[in-house]
Design a binder for this molecule. Sequence first.
Ligand code: ADP
Ligand code: MG
Ligand code: MG
Length: 882
Amino acid sequence: RKYVYDFAEGNRAMADLLGGKGANLAEMTVMGLPVPPGFTITTEACRAYLATGAPPQGLAEEVGEHLHALERAMGRKLGQVDEPLLVSVRSGARFSMPGMMDTVLDIGLTDESVAGLAAWSGDERLAWDSYRRLVQMFGTTVLGVEPGHFSDALRAAKLAKGVTGDLELDAADLRALTTTFKNIVREHAGREFPQDPREQLDLAIRSVFESWNTERAHVYRRAEHIPEDLGTAVNVCAMVFGNLGDDSGTGVAFTRDPATGAPGVYGDYLADAQGEDVVAGIRNTLPLHRLAELQPRPYEQLMAIMRTLEEHYRDLCDIEFTIERGKLWMLQTRVGKRTAAAAFRIAEALREEGVIDADEALRRVTGAQLAQLMFPRFADTATRPVATGVAASPGAAVGEVVFDSATAVRRAEAGAAVILVRKETNPDDLDGLIHARGVLTSRGGKTSHAAVVARGLGRTCVCGAESLNVDAANRRFTTADGTVVAEGDVISIDGTAGEVYLGRLAVVPSPVVDYFEGRRPPGRDALLQAVDRIITHADARRRLEVRANADTSDDTRRARRLGATGVGLCRTEHMFLGDRRVLVERLILAETDAERESALAALLPLQREDFVRILEEMDGLPVTIRLLDPPLHEFLPDRTALTAQVAVAQALGRPDAPETLLRAVDRLHEQNPMLGTRGVRLGLVVPGLYEMQVRAIAEAAAIRVRAGGTPRVEIMIPLVGDVRELDIMAGRARRILDAITAETQFPYEIGTMIELPRAALTAGRIAGSAEFFSFGTNDLTQTVWGFSRDDVEATVFPAYITEGIFAVSPFETIDRDGVGKLIADAVEAGRAARPDLVLGVCGEHGGDPASIGFFHDVGLDYVSCSPFRVPVARLEAGRAAV
Ligand code: ADP
Ligand code: MG
Ligand code: MG
């Protein structure tokens, strides 16, 4: 077992074993870049430690050997009294992970070696400042002392001296402070600050191992879907000093702008400082190009190294560096994080430069990033936010503030745009969330109730804006600077950036959407050019077709502009609402065949007209029309609201209608409508209903043919569980279609949704009677899990996500193991029975970037999603194919 690797022994492919930081330090070392010498303790050692609570056999010896090698290389010994060697101990897991142990710098300083550091650096203040920082950092992160004890003592020291800044404390002050800090350690950790450098090192290593299991680390891993069992590596690295005067300093840099993707290096530099000072923000940093004047030689070297790194990694790199008395040292590099816009621009730029090919450029961007670019944004970037929080659900929402669900509903129904503001939300707020444009909370993170529900509903959400004081009882909230925002005041929230603004900001549509909808050519806009090139390549590569879920001709037109090649789901229930409700009531209340037939006859021309327009918009491409699915009672008035129906009843010429209606409501009432008279059951129970719909579709198609069009009709029968249900309905439909096509020819297909487990399990038999399957993954997920979506998403899921039962709602991303398994089996059985069976998916998963790869893998022919998601699906379908 080898637990320790010298930086010169590893490489970037070893990130599982050496962690990201260690693997890249090794890569840079092997590339011959100036990295301070050091070694990495493997994640395997960490896993062994966490399993047993003790360092694995042989680890201590191995660390000793590598430490000796390091000491030989440096010509100094750890913590030796004159010219001491000091090291940093740095955590570094496979995935970059805030929440784990902070880096401890200057390990090796002791009461004795501090004088050696002073002599070597010629700077006594520096030596004592380093030592007191070590005691402080070691005390808190390794020995678990409350940080407040140290910061209180620091404050007291400044107060006693009558100064305000840390920099005003001199060497003697810092020396006294170090003694105070050591006393704090003794009192609160129950032990002395270790004076043996090797003991310091060993304790720091252990504490990095243990930091894998801190609460913050768990929370982060859950949020980012990082496995719990990876463990972290530990990097031990010889210290270099950026705080030895004006010819020293430290900085961070990117090989391109990570915000926009624009070419050209980008970074910050701080002279006479150590790494932690840059992030602490105590002093103002300089833009990187200023380093060219300050330190031309190291600057040139840094530029050359950055070019080398970008060529080597073939991607945007970010780096951390330090300059010690004019000598440049590389302390870290990795492939840098970037915004969605930068991801597209960088991928396309690298392709254009010939660094990567078009397939690789496509792999470098994601559907989720494209979706982000498609949300509307605030026009004005000059206004300062009054608060920031977690960017929990993207978008830009403007509205008047409300503090409770009931007010949200009331104001929304009166036509107002509202933003629901709460400390945190709970299931009682669901109605308010549905009616709000956005939700803002002062507590909770990405998996809080508000965040989960808002994402599910597609509402903009900023949560955990902790600087806001929300006082729901008095219907107001207060910002950090004391501004009071009362109910009814307008605010603007940016769920993409996690920002809150006072007043009404102008919202602009996304230029990317304008591009997709053909309103704006890419022109010279670098982002649009990149999106254009990459989506074009995705279209060329993808095997999956992308259709849209569209119920109206407007949606259909939009979907086609956005690149849909068909309608995968046209729901007909919307066609029964509004003015037509009265006709539906007549249908439901019909007591004789004649009454029913007359109600159906009145609905027929209205439906037909709807279909004509949709078929016209999608002319030449398939349109899958689903026959009526929801339970009938949804079309009747609420039982308690029935009294208000008297007028309607009289208009129908039935003075007794309220009672009739009431009886109908009672008769149709179902304990569990989701599992009640829905879908094909409705078609079988209500005579003539499905037949009317089929006739409307067929007549619409005939009208389109006579008008010179090319309708391609697919009739979809929902909620089938057994092939006989399908056979009966399909038989009736064919009789109608055959009669009409005898006069006017047009192609049609009859198929079914696979949305019940029994349908999936008997897919082979069903395929004998269906020309296509469309997986209705919303209902399939409900019925496979036994989750009633409307009930559990707000109540059960936040807890399930926190408990790690699933990382993301199965209604958002397909549950591969359960629902996905059924789909895969049904695909196989269906194709075996009918090789030319057309297979698609029309649940919301069809537009989910994380699910589309799965649908490609199981061999579907198309995904269908909301029009807005069509470009995202095209991109992901392309990525799945390369
Ligand atoms: P993080 O994972 O938070 O970036 P690092 O291990 O990179 O933590 O350490 C943070 C900073 O500490 C580095 O950017 C660097 O400035 C400083 N640092 C770490 N190791 C050394 C070292 N051996 N010499 C000088 N500075 C160091
Ligand atoms: Mg770092
Ligand atoms: Mg369904």
